[in-house]
Design a binder for this molecule. Sequence first.
Ligand SMILES: Nc1ncnc2c1ncn2[C@@H]1O[C@H](COP(=O)(O)OP(=O)(O)OP(=O)(O)O)[C@@H](O)[C@H]1O
Ligand SMILES: [Mg+2]
Ligand SMILES: [Mg+2]
Length: 556
Amino acid sequence: MAAPMLRWGFPRKRWALTWVDGDSRHRRGTPTGLTSKWMRRQSSVTQQPLHTAQKPSEGEHKWKAVVGLEIHAQISSNSKLFSGSQVRFAAPPNSLVSFFDASLPGTLPVLNRRCVEAAVMTGLALNCYINKKSLFDRKHYFYADLPAGYQITQQRLPIAANGSLTFGVCVKKWSSMTTKTVRIKQIQLEQDSGKSLHDDLRSQTLVDLNRAGVGLLEVVLEPDLSCGEEAAMAIRELQLILQALGTSQANMSEGQLRVDANISVHHPGEPLGIRTEVKNLNSIRFLAKAIDYEIQRQISELENGGKIVNETRSFDYKLGCTVPMRDKEGKQDYRFMPEPNLPPLVLYDTSSLPAGVDSQQVINIDQIRDTLPELPSVTRERLVQQYGMLPEHSFMLLNEVGLLEFFQNVIKETRAEPKKVTSWVLNIFLGYLKHQNLAVSESPVTPSTLAELLDLLHSKTISSAAAKQVFEQLWKGEGKTAAQIVSEQRLELMQDQEALERLCQSTMEGHPQVVMDLKKGNTRAINKLIGLVRKASLNRADPTVIKEILEKKLSL
Ligand SMILES: Nc1ncnc2c1ncn2[C@@H]1O[C@H](COP(=O)(O)OP(=O)(O)OP(=O)(O)O)[C@@H](O)[C@H]1O
Ligand SMILES: [Mg+2]
Ligand SMILES: [Mg+2]
């Protein structure tokens, strides 16, 4: 359908509001042109603690940075917030658009129950107070991908408020982890907008309304954070919570979780500074980088006698800096007004539920509370209790997509101690994954393969050094089992006591200096000697047995 050329007061000179039914004219994927795989890696996990803070600049100690996040999470639901159109990622442009989504006159919103339940669930999981009555408002702004000229949101009275989010913060190492809590101001239900796709070649902007009207949860955090790393860890925790609840897939590279970061700096003891807002950050790493850059930029601006203006900025991931997005606009007037086509949203709890009411017609907060699944913090506690693992290890297991499931499957299939499994999964298995930048689902080693290897270790069939050797071969994914590799390469531990004694004897004779050191009282030399015997045995000698033999021979 041909559409009129429209002029808009935005940086791009010519805007064409165009409806298309094919996808070839659209720029697909991420606007930055990064491959989706790469983006997934960047966003799905903070694989290691992030170290994004830059070196403090001169005079920085006088400044305190303040960060407040607004998070938009797309609700996992089959249909949109107020219409029956399907919700699906990467569908052909404008194929999931009802008359209501396109704002045709005469269409009315019909609230999607699933979206309300998702908001209540999320609110409860984030320790919010759930308002039994909330209101919908119109927020006006003009943009090509918002056909109504307003977004339906909950400005005056949101569905949930006054919550908190507790997350782990680590400086440099997982072992230095502490926890921090950020207050949640509110959670509101609102509509997503469509998508503008800029075609630079034609100097046009194309509009895809598939996303228009998809249900969003906007989670507004109080300005309690202080740097990029904290923000990154808070978002990662929120992502895990939403995924555990199933209220959002929260995949950042698919735009299901988008973060706006509000940043200001001030002198401690003085009122908060003027904030800038970096919009639409769609990866955890970029979020951390954008915040730390913006903190530094504001400090140097102020140190050089400049002023911070309340503006909207975006993050240029290629240059690693934030840039102004729109003209300096002052406070935008959204002309909020009540949405006349939606009555107040009324929820009940068991005590307020009217007698004889059809439970399909109402939402009972207590009933939703009863269906809440195990949240990540509880899962971590359980792991610590059940397997005696360190808290930081439980964080690591949950942080990597699919790693917890992998771990639990290994545990189910092996006789090895949980501590051994934890150490192998986090040190060896995760190390290989990271080295090759692979996701757990792409690993050539399955839980049962690793379980079998750990059984061989547990039954003392092989030494732990030989187990590492076998793992290296398993990683090649040639289809051999651990037992096959062990027997083909004759890696079984030596059981022949006399042969072991001979090996110890010849090693001692070959390294008189080490023996001398030991005799002189250098106790650490025993480890050196054990290592030498092990090497001579091609990792087939059990270090505990070698130690016993050596101690006897040297009368230690
Ligand atoms: N001085 C400040 N420095 C940093 N962050 C701040 C400061 N003051 C407020 N914030 C944060 O800014 C965010 C404000 O979000 P809110 O949704 O209330 O308003 P908004 O940004 O004006 O609206 P919009 O939804 O249109 O972006 C909150 O996350 C809050 O914590
Ligand atoms: Mg907001
Ligand atoms: Mg904002």
